[in-house]
Design a protein around this ligand. Sequence first.
Ligand code: SAM
Length: 337
Amino acid sequence: MSTEDTDTTASTETETTCGASATTEAEATDSKCGASTTTDTETTASKCGASADDSSGSGSSCGGGSTDEKVGSTVDDFDADPGRLVAVGLGPGQPEGMTERARGALLDAEHVVGYTTYVDLLPDEVTESADELYDTPMCGEVSRTEEAIDRALAGNDVAIIGSGDPNVYALAGLALEILESKGGTASMVDFEVVPGVPAAQSCGARLGAPLVNDTVSISLSDHLTDMPTIESRLHAAAKEGFTVAIYNPWSRKRRENFEKCCEILLEHRDPETPVGIVHGAGREDEKTEIVDLGDLEGLGETDLIDMTTTIIVGNEETYVWDGRMVTPRGYESKYDY
Ligand SMILES: C[S@@+](CC[C@H](N)C(=O)[O-])C[C@H]1O[C@@H](n2cnc3c(N)ncnc32)[C@H](O)[C@@H]1O
């Protein structure tokens, strides 16, 4: 299942009184918060208020290119005492990969808001305890985040969810930026981030010990960062000898980004450098392979590499031992063993 470039929800759309339209796998009625309401139980009216234009997906993966996203409401539009807003990281996917703190935050939330794929990954106890579930497909991140904020400003305790950690290519920062643009403050909604295990770490664990020394994460998504900037970051990371964790590595629309990435890595690294590829860590379709850097580009057209894959490129010292990637920390230069 793709993380970002597929919308898999077959859903019905109805109007909400919070600003846009409601999407539900079961039944949706009016909501007052802003975008689309998805529930596997029943969606009822809420009192949120924003108008969310779901045009946030600009760039190659999300289509469009709009930069005129507007906040639909300000804090002055809400009369109620605000509830809480918590950004919760789910970790890689399976419920046992979630922290106990994340589980508790989700069980405490009245409304859970997220990308459809992540809402689908929630354990039953969470979906059953929430009053409302609200999801949007790929590229709805601005409207979805605004919806979560509006629901909190309207007096609800809201969790906005994402895979991995909310601080890694995710929505924690966007939530604070939108809150500020609405004239609000983080304290007003008791904003909190509940961390989760990021994909690089989940995937590193599947591969052995590839991340033990200095590591740089780079996303190949040119949806929010332009490709020349991504290329110069790749050059710097590869040239300076970091282990490189590559997020958002491939989609049909990003084929050229992936090819360019492989080309840049090979300018600075030996073709035999070990590369770990993990598809769907912690999900039903998990797959792991360790290959040579020289063979990476050819795998871009296979099921192993898509938008639910993280690629870990070893540094000059990384080696493969007994099927595991090992990046030495440097102990061997100080100790005899
Ligand atoms: C928008 S980023 C979100 C990252 C997330 N916040 C984190 O901390 O891992 C999406 C990218 O994370 C990576 N990713 C997310 N879940 C993954 C998983 N279960 N297995 C491998 N990579 C994953 C993929 O590179 C995917 O394209």
